[in-house]
Ligand binder design. Sequence first.
Ligand SMILES: [Zn+2]
Length: 231
Amino acid sequence: MKFNFINSIIGLMYPTVCAACGTPLFRWEKLVCTRCRSLLPKTGYELNEDNPLARLFYGKVRLKAVTSCFFFSKEGKVQHLIHELKYKGNAEAGVFLGQELGKSIKEAPLFQGLDFLIPVPLHPKREKERGYNQSMMIAQGVFDVTGIPIGEGFLVRSVNTSTQTHKGKEERWLNVKDIFELRKAAQLEGKYVLLIDDVLTTGATLEACALRLSVVQGITIGCATAACAGR
Ligand SMILES: [Zn+2]
């Protein structure tokens, strides 16, 4: 009781703000305001097999389904959420994005029969600095909604690469193509797995992960991210 009272006082002095638009939240709102929840730009790609993201991988690696929950635009709300997740220590923003992604794929025909969610691994050193792997937070949110288990330890990042942000397409690929290792491959035979990442830009990171997984006998691979480049 006493604790709640103190929290209310703190809340009055420093109102918690929406992780997407920065306006103060009402007491009944959590993390993201009601307005943003209805306005975040959904792609609808989960229902479209031949979408622009899927086409990025044609001729490179065989994927059953590729989707991204939201369009990402500069200075936009989705960018703000991703920024909170990656640079502000706001792990809950990742869980929120994952739950939204989970809702979008839960009933989508292309994403039925999944055995594991596989978050794209971070190098352990980077994970220690941030305190968590942002892709794992998104996978956690997808699990909350769908109940699909998170498969840990199948992919390992062996090299700590520099940031991808300012690199071109070719450079990004050279930067990531050999950095993932596959473990416990036998446990993935005949399974349908969904790679999970925060943002899909050129697709280089997901392609590198999918190529490693694709050597497993009878495996089916899909990719899902919280956000992708705008329309
Ligand atoms: Zn908002």
